[in-house]
Design a binder for this molecule. Structure first.
Ligand code: C2E
Ligand code: CA
Ligand code: CA
Ligand code: CA
Length: 277
């Protein structure tokens, strides 16, 4: 009715079900944080010689009422319902608490990457929150990388730049996530202050599908090299993809071929078993 007389909306049962689930998810987020239903998993990133050079923090939610819910489903709902900030803060604190143990997993230095939502970076106070966490848990800022998507820049470029410049001022680095999947990607690259470009899985999947799609992926990598950016390819699943990406000049590779997102507990256990050998 609120849409006016001349329009009418058709409701089909699936839409009702879909909205019900969305509402249920949105309304379960606060208690999920309170009841410790969230867990952060870590997925390794490797250099071309397959040394682990970092881990990406990926959130997992095993809900008491809904069962396992994928972040691909609940993160957008949290964003739309204004509930992403408490999730982000929770992830940031968890990562800082885990930082020392994550560093202990490898002999060489690793960088821990945290995903930030486009909604998060509208809030400059979050930078202070991050600074305080780093201090509280003795986290070296230069070993933390923040991954943001293009949509973070879409709405307000100046604001996004301000937020991310402040993060870089404290010594952390910034990666542009899911590169090439959004709008007017190329325009942003000249206007934003980045360390790393993450080549989206879609471009990795398209390798060897056709000559044209391979060429596009190669061109993106070439352009990132010219811009002096670090390049990380995500979603690497086959040896052929890895070989091509290394040959093209990617600095980091991430994907099921090398490591799946894993709990810290299991990563520590695996490390222990290696030492025992
Ligand atoms: P993303 O940041 O692009 O993360 C990469 C996704 O690809 C992850 O899915 C990861 O598990 C998956 N992946 C990695 N390697 C492979 C591979 O070789 N093959 C396949 N098929 N998949 C691979 P996940 O963990 O389900 O996360 C989905 C999305 O949810 C993330 O996409 C990110 O946008 C969002 N997300 C996850 N955790 C957080 C978080 O803590 N904060 C925010 N704001 N977003 C998060
Ligand atoms: Ca990411
Ligand atoms: Ca990504
Ligand atoms: Ca992606």
């Amino acid at each position: 009715k609120t849409a006016g007389r001349s329009t009418h909306t058709v409701f089909i049962p699936e839409m009702m079900e879909d909205n019900k689930r969305k509402l249920l998810i949105a309304n379960s987020i606060a208690s999920a944080i309170k009841n410790d239903e969230f867990v952060v998993y870590y997925q390794g990133k490797v250099s071309p010689n397959e040394t682990t050079v970092g881990y990406e923090a990926l959130l997992r939610w095993s809900s008491d009422s809904l069962g396992f819910v994928s972040p691909a489903e609940f993160i957008p709902i949290a964003e739309q319902s204004g509930k992403i900030l408490p999730i982000t803060k929770w992830v940031l604190e968890r990562v800082c608490k885990d930082f020392k143990q994550l560093c202990s997993l490898n002999d060489s230095e690793v960088t821990i990457s945290v995903n930030l939502s486009a909604y998060d970076i509208k809030n400059l106070q979050l930078v202070n929150y991050i600074k305080n966490l780093f201090k509280k848990y003795s986290v070296e800022p230069r070993l933390i990388e923040f991954e943001v998507t293009e949509s973070a820049y879409l709405e307000n470029l100046d604001m996004a730049n301000e937020f991310l410049t402040q993060l870089r001022d404290i010594g952390s680095s910034v990666a542009l996530d899911d590169f090439g999947t959004g709008y007017s990607s190329l325009g942003y690259l000249t206007q934003i202050n980045l360390n790393t470009l993450k080549i989206d899985k879609q471009f990795v999947d398209n390798l060897n599908v056709s000559e044209r799609s391979t060429l596009i992926t190669k061109t993106i990598i070439e352009m990132a090299k010219q811009l002096k950016l670090q390049i990380c390819a995500e979603g690497v699943e086959t040896r052929e993809q890895a070989a091509f990406l290394i040959e093209s000049g990617c600095h980091q590779l991430q994907g099921f071929l090398f490591a799946k997102p894993t709990s810290l507990e299991l990563l520590l256990k695996e490390k222990e078993q290696l030492v025992d050998l």
